[in-house]
Design a protein around this ligand. Structure first.
Ligand SMILES: *Cc1c(COP(=O)(O)O)cnc(C)c1O
Length: 389
């Protein structure tokens, strides 16, 4: 018998980092000292008080049974309290918050609640691939909205054709952004909420990097603080990047109660929630001392200054970020993103991600991450300086 995968699997786009992965494996085999600035996964450990809370909670048999599908009441309360403290947004924890097994899980499952075959979903290009793939898995049609440097990597809403907007169920946005590191000002969120009302399009805001910023005066907003946003928007908040908890799988979605309820309904039927010990640790993260987050910001700010300052001094066109642990570097003239990344790897042993891996509109840039110690970033800058591209 020949095993055939389903059409949705056969329709998946080719894995765009396959070539980089091959070059990486070859360089490693030759014993190269690779500096991996390709991965978007914090190298810093989860703060000790969060780990200690998991230790305590794991030993408590009350947490060994099936958790609630939508999250423990205390976890959802901690999420609501967080939004009140951070953004002065009042959420009803029972109807406006749902716990997620990481926000990727919620992003992937959301379309099962709101997309019928043929429905259009607006997805950013470049963008986190799960928006478009989740849409396609549900039988929907992603419509890619380009994010361009000359528009500060914000979607140009006026360029979305009327018939596309009318057919669209919702639009994905992600600020602070992966891969561009762009931030959205409140004025953009206000325009977007007005546009969404006008076109009857819901908004999904992926705010995974809300707290990875460098200057408190530029702390990223939440779309839920825009008046009227609660009628049209849901926001995904992840503990992964704020507390170095990517491996733990804990996040939540908050906002419009119908959008939250729909996502909750899917989850009730496909998973059984987040382990309560991890939710307890999540409560400790959200409600505990936030100095660990300040310390993380200090570390990334220092790394950013080493990497972006160094590359700028070497003559590269580098987009110095105010948030996230990413920075885009413009390709040297006449070089494609794929070639630039390949040359960084083979000639300088630096792993970079061509921004085209996140969509065709990423052409023109490679993405570097700051998930490496500053000494390694300084070494990366020194190697890049010696390159003659
Ligand atoms: C890292 C990241 C997330 C968070 O994913 P989790 O599943 O919560 O770990 C979500 N969106 C984007 C754009 C990311 O880069």
């Amino acid at each position: 018998m020949k095993i055939q995968p389903a059409q949705r699997i056969r329709d998946l786009p080719p894995y765009l980092f396959a070539h980089i992965d091959e070059l990486k494996a070859a360089a490693r085999k030759q014993g190269a000292d690779l500096i991996d600035l390709g991965i978007g996964d914090p190298d810093l450990p989860t703060p000790g008080h969060i780990v200690a809370e998991l230790d305590r909670a794991a030993a408590d048999p009350r947490h060994h049974r099936y958790p609630s599908y939508v999250g423990m009441a205390e976890f959802r309360q901690a999420a609501a309290d967080y939004y009140r403290r951070r953004w002065q947004v009042e959420l009803d924890p029972t109807s406006e918050v749902v716990a997620l097994i990481g926000s990727k899980e919620g992003i992937a499952h959301f379309p099962l609640a709101f997309v019928d075959p043929g429905d259009v979903v607006l997805c950013p290009d470049p963008g986190y691939p799960v928006y478009a793939i989740g849409t396609a898995f549900a039988g929907g049609t992603p419509y890619m909205v380009p994010l361009r440097r000359d528009n500060d990597f914000l979607p140009d809403l006026s360029a979305i054709p009327g018939e596309v907007a009318r057919a669209a169920r919702y639009i994905w946005i992600n600020y602070p952004n992966n891969p561009t590191a762009a931030c959205a000002p409140m004025a953009f969120y206000e325009r977007l909420v007005a546009w969404a009302h006008e076109h009857a399009v819901a908004i999904c805001s992926d705010n995974a990097y809300a707290d990875v910023y460098f200057d408190p005066a530029k702390a990223p907003p939440s779309i839920l603080s825009v008046p009227g946003a609660r009628d049209v928007a849901i926001e995904f908040y992840s503990l992964s990047k704020t507390y170095n908890m990517t491996g733990w799988r804990v996040a939540f979605a908050a906002g419009n109660r119908d959008l939250v309820a729909g996502l909750g309904k899917v989850k009730t039927n496909v998973d059984s929630g987040v382990f309560e010990g991890i939710q307890r640790a999540g409560i400790a993260a959200l409600s505990g001392d936030q100095r660990c987050v300040d310390e993380m910001r200090d570390i990334y700010r220092e790394r950013r200054d080493v990497l972006c300052g160094g590359l700028a001094a070497a003559g590269y066109d580098v987009l110095t970020p105010d948030a996230t642990f990413y920075c885009l570097v413009a390709n040297p003239r006449g070089v494609s993103s794929a070639d630039f990344a390949a040359r960084l790897l083979t000639e300088a042993h630096i792993v970079a991600t061509p921004a085209t891996g996140f969509g065709a509109a990423g052409e023109g840039f490679v993405r570097l991450t700051m998930c490496a110690p500053k000494e390694r970033l300084a070494e990366a800058v020194a190697r890049i300086r010696k390159l003659a591209i």
